[in-house]
Design a protein around this ligand. Structure first.
Ligand SMILES: NC(=O)c1ccc[n+]([C@@H]2O[C@H](COP(=O)([O-])OP(=O)(O)OC[C@H]3O[C@@H](n4cnc5c(N)ncnc54)[C@H](O)[C@@H]3O)[C@@H](O)[C@H]2O)c1
Length: 352
């Protein structure tokens, strides 16, 4: 079958793993063209990956009739504009997370894609990996009984110590919820179903952050967004989950991700990875058991969701990292701050 031709917009830090996997692991796609606002980045990538076309601007890529899917790897604040432009140009879009920086913008994009009869979806695709899929199999097979709760803790001290251009993590569309929440929440909704409401509290504990990575070492970032989130998710199933995402806390021994069932507890692997370990504690035993991974893709397989989208486009599969799921996750993430500001429980409109 003919490969699906894709164009990549944005060639920053995350583009490396997509370029590698889409040119060597996933054989149903071809990277036809690329564009970045910074010309040298595109030239370097073209040389390394022997890519046919470097476009002069975004519009040139969107006008190219050969491009079927646009892969949007720009920064969060740029996602809405880039995705909307691509959809209006008749392209299917796979976007890095978040879908957009507000729920309203996300809703508009999903509605536009449906109206145009185009596929829209995107990151994270880690939930399709061996680790989370094995967890799903274990839960669906009844090993922990009925899921009644979960705990998800993303704790770190931000990205300014390693990312070459970390400002966006502290601007609108950034923060630990919009940045890391998608991994935990996408895994949670896949394992436990839709969230019907939540209560959240969002705080900003530092007004400024100092970059300690190169090349911007010593530069101060003004923090625009909350950087410490706590909340409780209320699932349609009746289960509840405690969720923390923070850029304000140094690493702790806090358990990262667990699902609690009436018959046992499951330790879920880091949802920002594709592999394990997966550990199961049956209520009748005292020890956690390491479970074998039952599915493929335990390595860093970023691009797996896009490859699945390409199969869906050819009618070979169902598209799983789809826009409805991304929108549900975006609604959950943005509801934390809304609930915090309102001081009350918020009901959600979307479901997966
Ligand atoms: N860095 C990571 O480890 C990581 C991991 C997972 C997901 N992501 C996500 O990937 C996205 C990009 O992150 P990053 O770390 O690569 O950022 P980055 O700042 O390193 O790169 C973004 C690139 O997009 C380019 N760009 C911006 N607007 C553009 C436009 N209209 N057309 C073409 N190019 C444009 C910029 O010039 C820049 O090179 C973000 O949504 C982020 O949340 C990043």
């Amino acid at each position: 079958m003919e490969k699906v031709k894709i164009g990549i917009l944005g060639l920053g830090a995350i583009s490396g793993i997509y370029l590698k996997n889409l040119s060597s692991v996933f054989r149903n796609v071809e990277i036809l063209g690329i564009y970045d606002l910074i010309e040298e980045k595109a030239e370097k990538v073209q040389e390394e990956y022997h890519i046919s076309k470097v476009y002069k601007n975004m519009e040139e890529m969107l006008d190219d009739p050969e491009i079927e899917i646009v892969l949007n790897l720009t920064r969060p604040l740029e996602h809405y504009h880039v995705t909307k432009s691509a959809l209006l140009a008749g392209k299917h879009v796979y976007s890095e997370k978040p879908l957009a920086t507000t729920f309203e913008e996300g809703k508009e994009l999903v509605a536009l894609a449906k109206q145009q009869n185009l596929l829209l979806g995107g990151a994270p695709d880690t939930f399709l990996g061996a680790g989370i899929q094995t967890c799903k199999k274990i839960i669906d097979s009844g090993f922990i009984g009925r899921p009644i709760g979960a705990a998800a803790f993303m704790i770190c001290h931000g990205h300014e110590s390693w990312h070459p251009a970390p400002e966006f993590y502290y601007q609108t569309g950034g923060g630990p919820m919009m940045d890391m929440g998608p991994y935990y929440l996408t895994a949670l909704v896949n394992l436990m179903g839709s969230v019907k409401g939540l209560t959240g509290i969002a705080k900003k504990n530092f007004e400024h952050r100092v970059i300690t990575s190169e090349p911007l070492y010593g530069k101060t970032i003004d923090v625009e967004v909350p950087t410490h989130y706590n909340g409780i998710l209320d699932f349609e199933s009746g289960a509840t989950a405690t969720v923390t995402t923070t850029f304000d806390v140094y690493y702790t021994q806090q358990a990262r991700f667990e699902i609690y069932g009436t018959e046992g507890t499951l330790i879920v692997p880091d949802p920002n990875t594709f592999g394990g370990p997966v550990k199961l504690l049956s209520g009748k035993e005292n020890e956690y058991r390491n479970m074998p991974l039952l599915f493929d893709y335990s390595e860093n397989s970023r691009g797996l969701g896009l490859s699945n989208m390409a199969d869906a486009l050819r009618g070979l599969d169902e598209f799983r990292a789809n826009g409805d799921q991304m929108l549900h996750v975006l609604e959950i993430m943005t509801a934390f701050e809304k609930s915090s500001n309102a001081g009350s429980y918020l009901e959600l409109a979307t479901r997966i």
